[in-house]
Design a protein around this ligand. Structure first.
Ligand SMILES: Nc1ncnc2c1ncn2[C@@H]1O[C@H](COP(=O)(O)OP(=O)(O)OP(=O)(O)O)[C@@H](O)[C@H]1O
Ligand SMILES: [Mg+2]
Length: 247
């Protein structure tokens, strides 16, 4: 089944939407719109009655909520309706704010053990917490911001790749449609998460002829006919919008 992403102009590029219960990777440089895309995707589902979970590993949920409240996506209403949930699984470095936010994030539910003080969480810990949320709240759409912040590093590179694949394989089985956000490194240096996910999308923000140009590219999407070229994107009051082929 194909589901709408909520990003205007995007679904038409992928035969009407992304396939449900699959795992996608959205990569891009700083400020390219990864978080915005992720929130649009969750807000779209929430508006259709599907509960969405935004997992943060670097930024506080409150900052993301504040920034995303600037868009006409009804973020605060969806949070109040408990259709949009936030979970902070990042390193515990700040004092007390989790307690202040507890009512906003996940009432009556005490997960968020993913990491110990100051240390990036391991994939197993992140997955365990997410799986608990998913079954407790019947979550259908999931965004993880970002996969680059999970501690996959071991001394052995092959083991690291196995860990990433294992994390993604487990996510494929929990019954939600997932978008993993990742900081873009080199688009030509293929990473394990690009191979392991069902689809890979890039957001670009580059200097062209003295002007910064925003673009989106569908690198891969299994089971779908799509154009691999760049499409121009812009930010509107409803978030990101794909406006057409970039020439
Ligand atoms: N109201 C707005 N109108 C237009 N553009 C905006 C608006 N608010 C934010 N932006 C743009 O959105 C960018 C931030 O988008 P977003 O947070 O989704 O990016 P990101 O890829 O998640 O960034 P990061 O890598 O830092 O997490 C800002 O740098 C700004 O250029
Ligand atoms: Mg972001």
């Amino acid at each position: 089944m194909r589901i709408q992403t909520g990003v205007e102009g995007f679904d038409e590029l992928v035969q009407g939407g992304i396939l449900s219960e699959r795992v996608y990777l959205l990569s891009g440089p700083p400020g390219s719109g990864k978080t915005t895309f992720g929130i649009q995707f969750l807000a779209q589902g929430a508006a259709l009655g599907e509960v969405g979970l935004y997992v943060t590993l670097t930024e506080s949920p409150q900052n993301i909520i504040d920034d995303m409240s600037n868009y006409a996506l009804n973020v605060n209403t969806l949070i109040k309706m408990k259709k949009l949930l936030f979970a902070d699984l990042g390193p515990r470095m700040e004092y007390g704010y989790m307690d202040d936010l507890h009512h906003v994030i996940s009432p009556d539910y005490d997960v968020g053990h993913a990491s110990v003080e100051g240390e990036a969480p391991s994939p197993a810990m992140v997955f365990k917490d997410i799986a608990a949320y998913v079954s407790e709240y019947n979550i259908k759409r999931l965004v993880i911001d970002s996969v680059s912040s999970i501690r996959f590093t071991t001394r052995d590179r092959t083991l690291e790749e196995k860990e990433i694949s294992r994390f993604i394989r487990n996510l494929k089985r929990i019954g939600c449609t997932t978008i993993l956000l990742s900081e873009m490194t080199d688009p030509n240096a293929y990473s394990t998460e690009q191979f392991a996910t069902h689809g890979v999308f890039f957001l670009h923000n580059f200097l062209y002829d003295k002007t910064m140009t925003r673009a989106l590219q569908i690198i891969k999407m299994r089971g779908t006919k799509h154009d691999c070229n760049m499409f121009s994107v812009e930010f509107t009051e409803r978030g990101l919008k794909v406006t057409g082929r970039l020439d």
